[in-house]
Design a protein around this ligand. Structure first.
Ligand code: LLP
Length: 431
């Protein structure tokens, strides 16, 4: 249940390249991406809107995986870009991403972030809170500029996902609440503002979602509000941003919907309410992150020590772990993997894949079926393309792994492996 081929040597391939060769050439741990798959995912979103004849912007949520090479691919695929920090914006500028196609998010944007965004004339700021409206007002006055914004609202929808990644429910740090009048008073400030153009509303209900009901419910709640604002203020939005959150397959237990299904159901829900309200169809903006890059990425590790506890568990330790993939420890996320150099061998054992961090909780996979394994074998973990590299840490002073892109049967290093000099670069002496 992974989309990658196994070659005649029984080795796992990615994008037509032998993963054991990549491990040898670049070392491990190593993140590898199948770029054709990234492009294909992006195109599914973009083409489905085209097919439906609906005006749309698909913004890649770069928090999922932000590097210069990735943002260049996003640019080539005519995606827009969602950034949430100065660092992500800086990366986008380094990738020469067209600034008018960049949107800035965040629940606590700093003066520096807002100033940087405005000075670079980015396309849109998604306003999250009252403090931000004050900061924006000041910066726009000082710079004598105008800006397009969306207003982020909290529709009060609970999505079926892990608590930590659920963002659209009422008790959320993000956005203006629709239930208690906060959204309406923010709306009035923004709507009347002389240097702010309020293009419409934004909501994001969560991440790794496998159904479209939550999105449809959120759309309905947004439209109930919009119906009020039309009646009371003559306000008609030109944009509706419904966020991201489309689920991907990590293991066989996951049953993701095809991405075009999300687009079609959402468009249908919006069209229905637009008809009722008798307004022009707003542009629909989406912000997929995980669904663009998640399944396109794998991580290669080298197997080292093994420990058998008879009748209890067999541990296999790898040369990476929670420093390059925090998701199992943080969200109890499940992953699937194969022994890349024995990918055609039947499984005979169940093992637990342990990381090398000094922490018992550093276990990437529990009860993974594997064939006979030896030290030096290569483990390939699937679906690590989103929130892996981007959430990597230096715990135990591990160096962040390298990243390789594979496309047209060619491999290209796009992030160098960190060195120990990199790790102590900002350390200063105290003697
Ligand atoms: N738009 C907004 C406003 C968001 O907050 C997010 C994700 C996205 C778009 C993209 O969501 P996606 O399509 O990637 O699901 N670190 C967690 C995921 C955190 C998601 C935060 N917001 C994880 O590893 O599962």
């Amino acid at each position: 249940h992974h989309p990658f081929k196994v070659n005649q040597h029984g080795h796992l391939e990615i994008g037509g390249i032998d993963t054991t060769m990549l491990a040898e050439k670049y070392g491990t741990p190593l993140y590898v991406y199948d770029v054709a798959m990234i492009r294909n995912n992006a195109r599914t979103f973009v083409h489905t809107f085209k097919e439906l004849g609906v005006k749309a912007k698909v913004a890649y949520a770069s928090k999922a995986f932000s590097t210069i090479a990735m943002l260049q691919v996003a640019k080539q695929e005519n995606l827009y870009l969602d950034v949430v920090s100065e660092g992500e914006l800086y990366t986008a500028l380094q990738a020469d991403f067209p600034t008018e196609k960049i949107h800035l998010h965040g629940n606590n944007k700093s003066i520096e972030e807002l100033t940087m965004a405005i000075e670079h004339n980015i396309g849109c700021i998604v306003v999250d809170n009252f403090h931000e409206i004050d900061l924006l007002t000041r910066i726009l006055q000082e710079n004598n500029k105008k800006i397009d914004v969306l207003m982020r609202v909290t529709p009060g929808v609970e999505s079926h996902t892990h608590d930590y990644i659920m963002t659209g429910n009422e008790d959320s740090k993000f956005g203006f609440n629709l239930q208690n009048g906060q959204a309406e008073s923010a709306f009035k400030q923004l709507y009347q503002h002389e240097s702010i153009q309020l293009k419409g509303l934004h909501c994001h209900i969560g991440s790794q979602i496998f159904e479209t009901e939550g999105f449809i419910l959120a759309t309905d709640i947004l439209f109930n509000t919009l119906a009020n604002w039309k009646e009371n203020y003559d306000y008609i939005p030109s944009v509706l941003n419904l966020g991201g959150g489309y689920g991907i397959r990590y293991t066989a237990e996951d049953t993701p919907l095809p991405y075009d299904k999300y687009v079609k159901d959402l468009v249908k829900a919006v069209e229905h309410r637009v008809g009722e309200l008798d307004i022009a169809m707003p542009e629909i903006w989406l912000e997929p992150g995980r669904s663009i890059v998640g399944e396109a990425g794998i991580t290669l590790y080298t197997i080292g020590s093994m420990k058998e506890i008879p009748g209890v568990r067999n541990y296999i330790s790898i040369d990476g772990g929670m420093a390059d993939n925090i998701r199992p420890a943080l969200y109890q996320a499940k992953y699937d993997a194969v022994i890349a150099n024995r990918a055609n061998k039947p499984a005979t054992n169940e093992v637990t894949i342990a990381g090398k961090a000094c922490e018992s909780g550093d276990q990437l996979i529990k009860d993974l079926p594997v064939p006979e394994v030896e030290s030096g074998d290569i483990l390939a973990v699937f679906s690590t393309g989103a929130y892996g590299y981007s959430m990597a840490s230096h715990y135990n002073r591990f160096a962040n792994p390298a990243v390789v892109f594979v496309e047209n049967k060619k491999d290209k290093l796009v992030v160098r492996r960190e060195t120990y000099e990199d790790i102590v670069r900002n350390d200063l002496s105290y003697e």
